[in-house]
Design a protein around this ligand. Structure first.
Ligand code: NAP
Length: 323
């Protein structure tokens, strides 16, 4: 089957391609790499691109998308682009301006999906990560239901086709789902998900509410010291993943991506390396057996690479709940 046509229907009627291209890279990586990698990803068949205001690359990612439209590779409607509302803009009055800023950087008329990046509100202002003199995050207090209502208005205004959330636990999702006067359900919850943190309970919860789970760090993250706990084992070196990969004559990365596709999870893969970007498209070329799936399920060990330790202590810190 043409990999470009592998999409799932969202609860608002739009479709999301099951494989997405991740674009986050640390600050020291030149932004031109995001431009070149995104162009190449679209050339080799990626139709879903994931970025965020926080990544400070929406100018380049937007440029890449527009250049692939201009040269006839794709039409705007072929691309599914996700942006994210950063934690310093969760106050309802800041939501639309934040999305408009992303659209301006992207030079696009709309995004396909706009999601709340994380449920932990931070002090509004110019700093992405506001900290006090002792280096602690400066939190804010916002009712996420009010943030959600502002997202609903953005959808009604046509600035985004769909709206969703990221890094929410099931209680936070329930809060939105049970909100009096809810107009639109979240279409997705984008969370860390890989064989070491397979999110089976959250996945079941999401499926029961027709919410798509989108997996980030599906390859075990970039192990970046700023955000990630460095003491965790390296996923792609896992012996079980490696053995399954060998059996199928594939790579451990492809097995980790295929695992998500087969359990109904939309999966993101970040790479700025041409060989690996191309390789990741091969996720549609093979199938894992039920035994393989079971063996990979057995690797779950609640290892969270992006544990966001700095957020501990905020009442909306999402990862204290079991799921
Ligand atoms: P990831 O997709 O787990 O990738 C981890 C690393 O794997 C990359 O550094 C990449 O390095 C390498 N890689 C890619 N393909 C490979 C292959 N075929 N074989 C071997 N290695 C391979 O990393 P992630 O960036 O943490 O997550 C993916 C995306 O999810 C992000 O880019 C971002 O868009 C999104 N995200 C969202 C959140 C959130 O809070 N919502 C948080 C984190 C990430 P090379 O570039 O060198 O290939």
């Amino acid at each position: 089957m043409d990999p470009k046509s592998q999409r799932v229907k969202l609860n608002d009627g739009h479709f999301i391609p099951v494989l997405g291209f991740g674009t986050y890279a640390p600050e020291e990586v030149p932004k031109s790499e995001a431009l070149e990698a995104t162009k190449f990803a679209i050339e080799v068949g990626f139709r879903h691109v994931d970025s965020a205001h926080l990544y400070r690359n929406e100018e380049q990612v937007g440029q890449a998308i527009r250049s692939k439209i201009a040269d006839g590779t794709v039409k705007r409607e072929d691309i599914f682009y996700t942006s994210k509302l950063w934690c310093t803009s969760l106050l309802p009055e800041l939501v639309r301006p934040a999305l408009e800023k992303s659209l301006k950087n992207l030079q696009l008329d709309y995004v396909d999906l706009y999601i709340i990046h994380s449920p932990v509100p931070l002090k509004p202002g110019n700093k992405f990560v506001p900290k006090d003199e002792s280096g602690k995050l400066i939190f804010d207090s916002v009712d996420l239901c009010h943030t959600w209502e502002a997202l609903e208005k953005c959808k009604d205004a046509g600035l985004t086709k769909s709206i969703g959330v990221s890094n929410f636990n099931h209680k936070q999702l329930e809060k939105i789902l049970n909100k009096p006067g809810l107009k639109y359900k979240p279409v997705c919850n984008q969370v860390e998900c890989h064989p070491y943190l397979n999110q089976s309970k959250l996945l079941e919860f999401c499926k029961s509410h027709d919410i798509v789970l989108v997996a980030y760090a599906a390859l075990g993250s970039q192990l970046l010291s700023e955000w990630v706990n460095p003491n965790n084992p390296v996923l792609l070196e896992d012996p079980v993943l490696c053995a399954i990969a060998k059996k199928h004559k594939q790579t451990p990365a492809l097995v980790a991506l295929r695992y998500q596709v087969q359990r109904g999870v939309v999966v993101l893969a970040k790479s700025f390396n041409k060989k690996r970007i191309k390789e990741n498209m091969q996720v549609f070329d093979f199938e894992l057996t039920p035994e393989d799936m079971k063996a990979i399920d057995g690797l779950n060990r609640n290892i969270r690479y992006y544990d966001f330790q700095q957020g501990v202590g905020h009442p909306e810190y999402p990862f204290s709940e079991e799921y």
